[in-house]
Design a binder for this molecule. Structure first.
Ligand code: NIG
Ligand code: FE
Length: 412
């Protein structure tokens, strides 16, 4: 089908050349065309420009976007959207004074989700994940990364990854799978973390690579979880099997994980709530994308990633949700963009660049997603009637989306 969107008040993130990421002070620049049109054929953006240049372009379906803004769909490069059940009791426990670390120490947290996941059938897991996916697609997410990491046994990790594979097959949205076996040390290996690391390296990674169930390998590099040494070994094993590293680092403590990620040519280093000057230095000159997860900071009341220090050091930054049952039970990228502006002092231009083109880079797909570029996938958000794009992050907590188009299909 062909779709022609006409009379667009502002068509955002228009790039004639295929930019793969936007870095440093360039992030302040969000190119756009006023009074624009956009032509989609099948799943591809074929043409766009000013209305006065539209000529006699025709299409099977015409959408009038008078007073509306059109932008690329969000690219959410960090989620744990496949999980079983919820952890709202831990939320209440934290209100009553326990910390995220306290809850994990008494066997809650990730291990609580692992127990629930073990009990869930593959179909139950699939149904729950699909409901979440449909919700975030309606909220404008047009490409998504999903991690394993609540299995923590070979069987359950594979179960999670097969659910991701099934989602990828059944839904018309780009999905990238990440193996996060090193998310926590399971109860069965209590006091024997090395045994679990060996199981990840010798059993899980080879099997996952053989079945082609993941593109990326991830580790929760944090005190009480996995050390630099563990992370080093796991990333090396993953890389040897063709998995590209993407790691959780500097969420609560900074002890060199960012430099380690860069050393392993990680595609992204995610969280970064606690950053030392050395961490920023380590990123300079690398191809690794720093990724901030402001909804996690909001929900856990922990510091926000120092976006200004990162961008002002001439580095890029991406934004993602971290959708998961423990630290971020929300997959709403619109809230992420607002929170980045409100709490991290990112300009709307920087936040939109971070949630589109740089998000696409952080999941390895910015050659085909994340900007309005001829030949890229037709992934767009059409807003309601709003005064300007600044209004999107400004009027937070409200849904400003009218229509979402993913790979050329209108999401109902
Ligand atoms: O990215 N930090 C580690 N992993 C997740 C949270 C996991 C959980 O609490 O279930 C995160 O925030
Ligand atoms: Fe995460």
């Amino acid at each position: 089908m062909s779709i022609l969107i006409t009379n667009i008040k502002q068509l955002l993130q228009t790039r004639d050349t295929n930019v793969l990421k936007v870095v440093g002070s360039d992030m302040k620049h969000l190119p756009y065309i006023e009074n624009a049109y956009l032509l989609i054929e099948h799943d591809t953006i074929v043409e766009f420009g000013e209305m006065k240049d539209m000529g006699d372009t025709v299409a099977e379906r015409v959408i009038d976007a008078t007073d509306k803004i059109v932008l690329p769909a969000w690219c959410d490069s960090h989620t744990h959207l496949v999980y079983a059940g919820h952890r709202e009791q831990e939320f209440v426990d934290r209100i009553n004074g326990l910390s995220y670390e306290d809850i994990a120490k008494r066997g809650g947290g990730i291990l609580n989700s692992a127990e629930k996941l073990e009990q869930a059938t593959e179909d139950e897991l699939y149904e729950q994940a699909v409901a979440r996916l449909k919700t975030v697609m309606r909220l404008g997410t047009g490409a998504i990364e999903i991690k394993s990491g609540y299995g923590l046994t070979p069987e359950s990790e594979l179960k999670m990854l097969r659910v991701i594979k099934r989602i990828k097959h059944d839904f018309n949205i780009l999905v990238k799978a990440t193996f996060l076996g090193a998310h926590a040390v399971p109860k069965a290996f209590k006091g024997n973390k090395e045994g679990y690391v060996q199981q990840i390296i010798n059993e899980m990674i080879p099997e996952i690579a053989k079945e082609q169930l993941a593109h990326y390998v991830d580790v929760f590099c944090e005190e009480g979880y996995f050390t630099l040494e563990d992370t080093d070994k796991i990333l090396e094993a993953g890389t040897a099997h063709g998995l590209v590293p993407k790691i959780h680092v500097n969420q609560f403590n900074a002890f060199g994980g960012v430099a380690l990620g860069v050393k392993h040519k990680a595609l992204s280093v995610d969280h970064l709530e606690v950053m030392n000057p050395e961490d920023i230095e380590a990123l300079k000159g690398s191809d690794t994308m720093p990724v901030a997860l402001p909804s996690c900071s909001y929900f856990l009341s922990i510091p926000y990633t120092p976006a200004r220090a990162i961008i002002d050091a001439d580095l890029p930054l991406a934004l993602a949700t971290d959708y998961n049952p423990g630290s971020t039970p929300s997959g709403n990228m619109n809230f992420v963009v607002s929170t980045a502006c409100i709490k991290m002092k990112m300009t709307p231009e920087e936040a939109i660049n971070a949630a589109t083109i740089n998000g696409a880079y952080a999941m390895g797909v910015s050659n085909m997603y994340g900007s309005i570029t001829r030949g890229k996938k037709a992934n767009v958000i059409i807003t309601n009637c709003i005064p300007s794009y600044n209004y999107l992050p400004y009027a937070f907590g409200e849904n400003h989306i009218d229509t979402v188009i993913i790979n050329g299909h209108i999401v109902d």
